[in-house]
Design a protein around this ligand. Structure first.
Ligand SMILES: Nc1ncnc2c1ncn2[C@@H]1O[C@H](COP(=O)(O)OP(=O)(O)OP(=O)(O)O)[C@@H](O)[C@H]1O
Ligand SMILES: [Mg+2]
Length: 324
């Protein structure tokens, strides 16, 4: 497999000149005389037609909740780009947008105007997953249950409902997802620990925590972990933090390295070796209704999400061992 641990880790220590959309190993096999356009085209073709073809399908569908109640740490960016990376590499992926902001729906290019069947109606039991799902226009294996502004009222509406914490789980149950046949389900959460996030934590087995390589990176993470423990002991015994992903890493700053070290010391092996760099291309892509893999497949941002996707898929085996 390409993108072994060492080559991936090397991105954490690259020099200033390599930052943003320049890129080095593991894909390049280019000669020094290649023009920038040739280099970009070569990278793009390697992302769009990855060598080694498809990633292994997990034995069972893997359902992740992407959570961190801190705002703007890269939850949505990770949900859509990781989903796209897995889909580009042959897997079927469903993104459930559970944030009334609807940013994941925007980035995946699916319709989410008020009244569109969405995660709101899904939680209320008014539509099935199959009725709310849309295919992303950029990849036939990538699907999204969108969020509309209607979801903004759901936190309050859910309070008085029967089985209010388990509604998403019921809606995403095996049978109801059969038509979509997703290998991976990624649930994008709002930046709060309210009932929407609790529904996501009850519906998933795995939690993926994106952590921004910035000051106060671990602020609030303790509270998130306590909430995960509460959900685990009362509502979903299988829930666990399987994955931590470092985002918006800026190799020019010492701080980014310090944060990365601190997070690795705290979370150990759950932290993916792939690190997502801060990249203008990543932040521009949603404005075009695209993931960075569609917007600029040769960019470092796209490459790093491809790496993260491969690592995630490779870990499926250890997850299965865990299940015994
Ligand atoms: N790797 C990156 N490089 C540059 N900008 C990024 C990167 N990742 C995310 N961003 C930008 O940072 C901002 C916050 O990212 P994002 O929306 O994914 O965070 P979030 O955790 O989902 O936020 P919220 O808590 O509001 O839901 C966005 O403008 C996004 O485009
Ligand atoms: Mg978000």
């Amino acid at each position: 497999m390409t993108g072994g641990p060492d080559s991936v880790v090397s991105r954490e220590t690259q020099s200033d000149a390599e930052l943003d959309d320049d890129f080095s190993a593991p894909y390049s096999s280019l000669s020094a005389g290649d023009t920038p356009i040739a280099v970009a085209a070569h990278r793009a073709s390697q992302v769009l037609h990855p060598t080694g073809a498809s990633l292994p399908k997990p034995a069972h569908r893997r359902v992740f909740t992407i959570a961190n109640q801190k705002g703007g740490v890269g939850k949505t960016t990770t949900a859509v780009n990781l989903a796209s990376a897995l889909a580009v590499q042959g897997l079927r992926v469903l993104v459930v947008d559970l944030d009334p902001q609807g940013n994941a729906s925007t980035a995946l290019g699916v319709q989410h105007t008020a009244g569109t069947p969405s995660s709101y109606e899904l939680l209320l039991g008014e539509v099935t997953a199959a009725e709310a799902v849309q295919q992303s226009p950029h990849n036939e294996r990538l699907f999204c249950i969108p969020a509309t502004i209607d979801l903004a009222g759901a936190e309050i509406e859910l309070v008085s409902m029967v089985a209010r914490e388990g509604r998403l789980k019921t809606a995403l149950s095996e049978a109801k997802l059969a038509d979509i046949n997703a290998d991976y389900v990624l649930i994008d959460c709002p930046p709060s620990l309210g009932l929407l996030t609790v529904n996501a934590l009850v519906a998933a087995k795995e939690v993926l925590i994106p952590i921004q390589c910035e000051y106060y990176a671990l602020e609030g993470v303790g509270q998130l972990l306590r909430n995960i423990e509460l959900v685990q002991s009362h509502l979903n015994p299988e829930l666990h933090v399987s994955t931590v992903l470092l985002t918006m890493y800026d190799g020019r700053t010492k701080l980014a390295d310090q944060v990365a070290e601190e997070v690795r010391a705290h979370f150990g092996d759950t932290v993916l070796r792939s690190v997502i760099p801060r990249s203008v291309k990543v932040s521009e892509a949603p404005g075009y209704g695209m993931t960075v893999l569609d917007y600029d497949p040769g960019s470092r941002g796209a490459m790093s999400y491809m790496d993260a996707g491969r690592e995630l898929a490779a870990r499926a085996a250890s997850e299965q061992e865990r299940e015994g």
